[in-house]
Design a protein around this ligand. Sequence first.
Ligand SMILES: NC(=O)c1ccc[n+]([C@@H]2O[C@H](COP(=O)([O-])OP(=O)(O)OC[C@H]3O[C@@H](n4cnc5c(N)ncnc54)[C@H](O)[C@@H]3O)[C@@H](O)[C@H]2O)c1
Ligand SMILES: [Zn+2]
Length: 239
Amino acid sequence: MKALVLEKQLELNLRDIDLPTEVGPDDVKIKMHTVGICGSDIHYYEHGKIGQWHVNAPMVLGHEGSGTVIAVGKNETILKEGDRVCIEPQVVSKKSKEYKLGMYNYDQKVKFWATPPIHGCLTPEVVFPGDMVFKIPNNLSYAEGAMVEPLAVGMQGVTKAKIKPGQIGLVMGCGPIGLVTGLAALAGGCSKVYIADILAEKLKMCDHYPNLIPVDLSKENLSERIMDETNGWGVDRFF
Ligand SMILES: NC(=O)c1ccc[n+]([C@@H]2O[C@H](COP(=O)([O-])OP(=O)(O)OC[C@H]3O[C@@H](n4cnc5c(N)ncnc54)[C@H](O)[C@@H]3O)[C@@H](O)[C@H]2O)c1
Ligand SMILES: [Zn+2]
């Protein structure tokens, strides 16, 4: 199967590679439609590693994906052929301590797409456990479906922050993750969310989200501005 393969640092090829194609009883097969490029894909390309994870063998990139189910295993009861889906790109052990404590995302042995040595989803078809695959509603585009994974990062931060209605939030950094965090904070009850960055071009994205208030740190004093606009109360939640 063709895939976007990171051979090693700074060497990418679109080429054939052997990937699993057999659908196990708990698996589904997905025809990929849209895959986002994450900061981590770029890190692996530019630096060949992130922290303890080194690209020591060719690896397919991509973990923010959406597509259509084209086959289901015999145990699958929810998904069926033709369903439009997005994917939580990790396989965890149901026997792990973290899984049993209800925080499987902390499983130390997690197999996460496009994290060496696990292949990602920048390929026409993937086989994946059905319980990590979610239907998306018809009014959501495939591109929006692919953004569910990064959106979940913001949702998790905001969930932990236990916002009360009307609170004021501040997000530092207006990259994709800052934006999804700011949007989640608004959805979670903040009446206003400031988002600060040192680069004006990153803050331009706020033009699309009128409820996020950009603060350009190259020109403005953040604390003076916020104190001025909140009667000296400051913000309630900082991300
Ligand atoms: N927990 C997760 O699952 C998860 C997933 C994705 C990303 N992340 C992390 O989230 C962070 C943001 O990711 P991203 O993809 O949005 O990155 P990004 O590089 O696109 O955005 C970061 C932004 O921070 C700005 N910035 C840098 N220094 C600053 C400073 N001193 N003050 C204010 N702004 C500053 C940069 O200009 C940039 O716009 C990264 O640390 C990334 O590793 C976590
Ligand atoms: Zn990502």
